[in-house]
Design a protein around this ligand. Structure first.
Ligand code: NAP
Length: 254
């Protein structure tokens, strides 16, 4: 990393243009963080997030970067470093469901795409973040929060084994990195949302699916992106200093 140019903490939030990622960026901005968000293709949504976090007082940058590409991820971290000169947290939020597809129709390209977007993305970004934040390399330590899903333990929605299994890998990665990165001053945790009201559910029926499943949640409702974001922001910051290697469900009891 370059020399510190900012007194405020800085976080990178992948997939910060919409949904949970936008809500995380906003929650962190309200707590005084500066933000670098990435997005895949929705520039208008990314600009809207920038507006919201700047209104909340943050300095902010948006970078188009495919989380499934290691080269894009390197460019994302380099741009964040150039702008802010420090990194205190990474939120590995970018992810996709990968549609509904029975195991009977298992397909190599589809599976690779789902695992690249949900799992390899976390490896690439965690690697960059670890290099930047490691106290063994002159960094000041920090936190990594991975967005998993309750699907990792329930098996998920029908015919979405690809998604459930990918999130299971995110859980395992979280536990492994917690062990590996503790000596580097980096805490690693995962948040496992349940049914949260975002556009990701367009992959399997959208609002109709959320309405149908809401009564099956013990709290009898769908959650909001903000309810997930508050927990992610807690795990990024100093008030969670002894929370490490934990998978936190935010699922209304599901
Ligand atoms: P969402 O509303 O669909 O938003 C996805 C975000 O990720 C967008 O900002 C999108 O960018 C970005 N993105 C997708 N693929 C990307 C890629 N390859 N590279 C960079 N950015 C990419 O999703 P969400 O519901 O907020 O979900 C966020 C995370 O929570 C995901 O990991 C998801 O699996 C997890 N989760 C969600 C729920 C839920 O019920 N919503 C439940 C459990 C877990 P663009 O705007 O440019 O497309």
């Amino acid at each position: 990393m370059t020399a510190n140019t900012s007194e405020a903490r800085c976080a990178i939030v992948t997939g910060g243009s919409r949904g949970i990622g936008r809500a995380v960026a906003l929650a962190l901005a309200r707590q005084g963080w500066n933000l670098c968000i990435s997005y895949l293709g929705n520039t208008a949504a990314a600009e809207q997030t920038l507006e919201l976090v700047r209104e909340a007082g943050a300095q902010a940058l948006a970078v188009q970067a495919d989380a499934a590409s290691q080269a894009d991820t390197r460019r994302l971290f380099a741009q964040a470093d150039q702008t802010f000169g420090r990194l205190d947290a990474l939120v590995n939020n970018a992810g996709v469901v990968g549609g509904v597809r029975s195991i009977l129709d298992a397909d190599e390209a589809h599976l690779r795409g789902v695992f690249e977007a949900n799992v390899l993305s976390c490896f690439y970004a965690a690697g960059e973040a670890a290099r930047a934040m490691s106290t063994q390399r002159g960094g000041r330590g920090g936190a990594i929060v991975n967005l998993s899903s309750v699907a990792a333990r329930t098996g998920g929605m029908p015919q979405e084994a690809h998604y459930a299994a990918a999130k299971g890998a995110v859980d395992s990665l979280t536990l492994a990195l917690a062990r590996e990165l503790a000596p580097h001053g980096i805490r690693v945790n995962a948040v496992r949302p349940g049914l949260i009201n975002t556009e990701i559910h367009e992959a399997h029926g959208g609002q109709a699916t959320l309405d149908r499943l809401a009564p099956t949640v013990p709290l009898a409702r769908v959650g909001s992106a903000a309810e997930v974001a508050d927990v992610v922001a807690f795990l990024c910051g100093p008030t969670s200093s002894y929370v490490h290697g934990t998978l936190v469900d935010v699922s209304g009891g599901r």
